[in-house]
Each structure stands twice: as structure tokens, then as C-alpha cells.
Design a protein around this ligand. Structure first.
Ligand SMILES: Nc1nc2c(ncn2[C@@H]2O[C@H](COP(=O)(O)OP(=O)(O)OP(=O)(O)O)[C@@H](O)[C@H]2O)c(=O)[nH]1
Ligand SMILES: [Mg+2]
Length: 276
């Protein structure tokens, strides 16, 4: 499957982020826990250079917690911190707010010595659909940023005041203009970071079935044996779910959409695509 995944407007988003980076004290880099490596965007790395970065392994509720331990170790380093989060759980991001204050303690202290209350500013970045806006809403306890279950919901940058001492910048999800890494492209498509409109959902479902075959996830969800090729399994899934066309044939297109949706919503159990 050929994925043309870099829409032109992302160049503009990246440029706007480059302009704002000077204003922020830290970067909150949101990764999808199911495919952390594929969410690492060389363009974002370049923009964040020299800044303190807090990696958020978001959607941690969709994977086994133990599978993230290795990622935390791998991501952490000098001025690099990592935290796991479920941004849909109320108050979950308190640890992140505390971490932001901690990594900016120097600035806070310097300002305090001059009798000023420092305002910490952070830029929230990441691939589309990784949960940046949801995380920001979690931080402020209100729905200030628009969120949605698809790629490309946030269209422009938006400053959101969390407290008088903490402001975060929501940014549109950005991908990278690199088409050669097929595994990363597929992972990003599986997790919903590439707009479905540019994807062949049937082919994508076949790829996903191929990846999950042998894991037990398909058998558990649909009660089908994980044997044979992906197309045969898709047929069986359609039959098992009772997805039939008028003539009684199985509706494999509908089954394909169901497979992708089930994976994205975690209905197949806790599945990580990339281990550290
Ligand atoms: N299960 C789970 N779902 C989450 C989590 N965080 C966000 N989501 C869901 O992921 C989807 C995308 O969330 P958004 O906050 O709109 O993602 P975004 O990164 O701002 O997306 P763009 O603006 O398109 O770049 C929504 O359906 C959220 O409810 C999480 O920690 N766990
Ligand atoms: Mg958003």
C-alpha cells in the first residue's frame, strides 16, 4: 500500500511551531503508547533541539503497563523525561504538570528571587491523533481544545492557560515527509494518525490482520482460528460478525472497518505494536 502521508499544510504547521519554540521552556512530546517509535518525528526532533523534552507515552490504557517500562528507559536522558499517561482519565495529567514545574524549577526560583511569579510555557507536539488536545483538556480540567477520534482535528495553534503560572500551546498533529519506512507508515495508519481518506481501509485491515495473526487477539475477539492468509481470515471475521451483503455473501469491507475500529478502540485487548 502506498501512503501519501504528508499533506502540504503540515509544512506550514511545522514552520509556525519553529517560530514559537523560542517562547517555550519545555516541549511536551506526545507519543501513542502502541507505537512510540513510529511517533517519533525527525522534524519535531529538529525543532525541539536544545529544549527540555517531556515524552508522554499517551493512551497507556491501551497497552500493558509493563510493556512501557523499556520505553521510559529508552526515552529518558539528559533533559529528556518520560511519563506514561491515560489522558482520558480525570486528573491523570497532574504528574505531568508537576514534572513541568520540576524541570523549570531554575526559572521559577530565579524569578521568585526577583519577586516575580514565573509563567511556565510548554509546547505540546506529536503526530495526529496522539491525544495532544485531550491531554491539554485533562491538564486544565475543561474542554478548551477541540478533540476528535480522527487525524487532523486541531487546525491551528492555540495557547491554553492551565493556571496563571502554566500555559501550554496546542499544535496541529504533524507527520514527516519520509515515505520509505513502510513499517512506521503502517503503524501510524493503524493507530489513526494518517487520515483514513487517503488510505485503502481494506488493505490496511489485511495488513493489521497479518500483524496480529498468531497473537491470539483475533481469535479472542472474533472466535476465528488465526490460520490461513489474511484475506481468508477477513472473510471469517465478516461471517462471524454476521456482516452479509444482500445476496448472502460476506461483507468484507464492513469487516475491514470493524477490525481497524476495534484495534483503535482497544477492543482486541492491550496490544503494543512496537516493543522498546
Ligand atoms: N484510550 C485513550 N484514548 C485517548 C487518550 N488520549 C486521547 N484519546 C483519544 O484519542 C483521540 C484523539 O485525541 P485528540 O486529543 O483529538 O488528538 P490530537 O493529538 O489533538 O489530534 P490532532 O489535533 O488531530 O493532531 C480522541 O478520540 C481521544 O478521546 C488516552 O490516553 N487513552
Ligand atoms: Mg488536537
Amino acid at each position: 500500500m502506498i501512503i501519501n502521508w504528508f499533506p502540504g499544510h503540515m509544512t506550514k504547521s511545522l514552520r509556525e511551531m519553529e517560530e514559537k519554540i523560542k517562547l517555550v521552556d519545555a516541549v511536551v512530546y506526545v507519543l501513542d503508547s502502541r507505537a512510540p517509535f513510529s511517533c517519533i518525528n525527525p522534524e519535531l526532533n529538529r525543532i525541539s533541539e536544545g529544549k527540555t523534552i517531556i515524552f508522554v507515552l499517551n493512551k497507556s490504557d491501551l497497552v500493558e503497563s509493563r510493556d512501557l517500562n523499556g520505553w521510559i528507559t529508552r526515552l529518558e536522558g539528559e533533559r529528556r523525561f518520560a511519563v506514561r499517561l491515560n489522558s482520558t482519565a480525570s486528573n491523570a495529567s497532574k504528574t505531568l504538570a508537576d514534572m513541568l514545574r520540576k524541570v523549570c524549577a531554575d526559572k521559577i526560583e530565579k524569578k521568585r528571587a526577583r519577586g516575580i511569579n514565573a509563567v511556565i510555557r510548554a509546547m505540546v507536539v506529536g503526530v495526529p491523533n496522539s491525544g495532544k488536545s485531550t491531554l491539554i483538556n485533562n491538564l486544565c480540567g475543561k474542554s478548551k481544545a477541540k478533540t476528535g477520534n480522527k487525524a487532523g482535528v486541531t487546525r491551528g495553534q492555540q495557547w491554553v492557560r492551565i493556571t496563571p503560572q502554566l500555559e501550554v500551546l496546542d499544535t496541529p498533529g504533524t507527520l514527516y515527509p519520509r515515505l520509505d519506512d513502510k513499517t512506521a507508515a503502517l503503524n501510524l495508519a493503524f493507530i489513526g494518525s494518517i487520515r483514513d481518506e487517503v488510505l485503502d481501509m481494506r488493505e490496511l485491515a489485511l495488513e493489521l490482520i497479518g500483524r496480529l495473526s498468531g497473537s491470539g487477539a483475533l481469535e479472542k475477539r472474533y472466535g476465528i482460528p488465526e490460520t490461513g492468509d489474511a484475506a481468508a481470515m477477513l472473510e471469517k471475521i465478516a461471517a462471524a460478525r454476521g456482516f452479509l451483503l444482500k445476496g448472502g455473501e460476506t461483507d468484507t469491507d464492513r469487516a475491514a472497518l470493524a477490525v481497524i475500529d476495534d484495534f483503535r478502540k482497544g477492543r482486541m485487548g492491550k496490544l503494543i505494536l512496537e516493543k522498546a
